[in-house]
Ligand binder design. Structure first.
Ligand SMILES: *[C@@H]1O[C@H](CO)[C@@H](O)[C@H](O)[C@H]1NC(C)=O
Length: 394
């Protein structure tokens, strides 16, 4: 019988918390201080900083751009040439990104013929035995014909079938050919939507009229909402010097931040522009810095021969990056976060209990009263007497 009782009491005993009032100034301070910490966290961080009571939505956007400006170039062996937007923006239209040509290596009058390969350890030769008919090196310029020919008076290389004469891209001008590109301007049109809140915005805002649009130019201080940007200004805001960047090219990000708080008047939802260089300014020595690609213009000579002008284009690619989240009061996130706040408050007594039972001088007395095993034969009256003494001695 006794054994059975011993086991069963673990199952059928009922535990109930009892309220213990401890008139101890230190514990009181810890209690209030922890409560204040929790309240500060909930009000200051969760509500004010994180705005956790809001529902969030992220932006959907479309970008178009239009560059304007002219440049005149004087490539040594060509006539002076005028460049307008159809010449230097390649391709003519793109998704949120446009490339402005600033420097180039031009190889005019190329036709398919035979010519000596550019000299390198694998292409120099002494006689025809060093060249293999039909061999094509992916890093070379064409298909070898099996002949060893004079590249210069002192140097022989394998002959290749290719677009001849071959491009010599070591001839890159040290001053950008289209230096005038720094004064080009670009108009960026950006429409955004927050689908969840059915909010639509444009970066050309209703208060921007067409006469302002004709003369304005973006500036963080004076014209922060003008959608027309001078390329030099964009590059210098990104911390670069335009004429240096224009030699080898690069990638610049135009970043439009549409973050907004829709609990206020939604007209506060305005774009914020920032600029930064996106490619690596200091690549390791072996990797070519900058940004370039090749394209060709094809034509037929009067003799009917297919001919092309090869252009290795160096320039600046501008990527327009749109991001942002909108927040608006929502009942579900509010309830979830109130719940989380209450949970935090319920942790406060745990901290205080730990303090009472480990850090106070009278912890033995407190723990005796805090954790109490009540038996059937306990006399309720002696209990209340002992409580009284505790209070009396405090
Ligand atoms: C760009 O415009 C400014 C002022 O209009 C002028 O001083 C500067 O020479 C121009 N830059 C180039 C490369 O033409």
């Amino acid at each position: 019988m006794g054994c059975c009782q011993d086991c069963l009491h673990y199952v059928f005993d009922y535990e109930t918390p009892r309220t213990l009032v401890i008139p101890h100034i230190g514990v009181g301070c810890v209690f209030r201080f922890t409560q204040i910490l929790v309240v500060l966290y909930v009000v200051g961080y969760v509500c004010v900083v994180q705005k956790a009571y809001q529902e969030k939505d992220s932006v959907i956007s479309s970008v178009t751009s239009k560059v304007k400006g002219f440049a005149l170039t004087n490539v040594s062996d060509m006539e002076p040439q005028l460049w307008d937007v159809a010449d230097y923006v390649i391709p003519p239209q793109g998704e949120g990104s446009f490339f402005v040509l600033t420097n180039m290596v031009v190889t005019p009058k190329q036709r398919q013929w035979r010519c000596p390969e550019l000299p390198s350890p694998s292409t120099t030769c002494v006689d025809d035995c060093d060249c293999i008919v039909g061999h094509s090196d992916p890093r070379g310029s064409g298909i070898q014909t099996g002949l060893c020919v004079n590249y210069s008076s002192t140097l022989q290389t394998c002959e290749v079938f290719s677009w001849c004469p071959l491009e010599l891209d070591t001839k890159l001008p040290e001053r950008p050919l289209l230096a005038a590109a720094e004064n080009f301007t670009v108009l960026i049109k950006n429409s955004i939507t927050y689908p969840k809140f059915k909010v639509h915005r444009r970066n050309i805002m209703p208060q921007i009229n067409s006469s302002y649009l004709k003369r304005c130019e973006f500036n963080h201080v004076t014209d922060p909402y003008c959608p027309i940007f001078r390329l030099k200004h964009i590059v210098s805001e990104a911390g670069e010097e335009f004429q240096d960047l224009a030699v080898m090219g690069g990638v610049i990000g135009i970043i439009i931040d549409w973050s907004c708080d829709l609990d206020w008047w939604a007209g506060k939802c305005k774009p914020k522009y920032t600029f930064r260089r996106l490619d690596n300014k200091h690549p390791n020595r072996n990797a070519a810095p900058g940004y370039n690609f090749r394209f060709a213009k094809y034509y037929k000579t009067s003799a009917g021969e297919e001919t092309r002008t090869l252009i290795k284009a160096y320039g600046i690619r501008f990527d327009v990056i749109v991001f942002g989240t909108a927040g608006k009061f929502g009942i579900v996130p509010t309830i979830v976060n109130v719940g989380a706040a209450l949970t935090f408050l319920s942790l406060v007594p745990l901290v205080c209990d730990w303090f009472v039972l480990t850090c106070t001088s009278r912890r033995a007395l407190y723990s005796r009263h805090k954790i109490k095993y009540l038996r059937d034969d306990d006399d309720v009256d002696t209990e209340s007497v002992s409580m009284g003494t505790t209070y009396g001695t405090q």
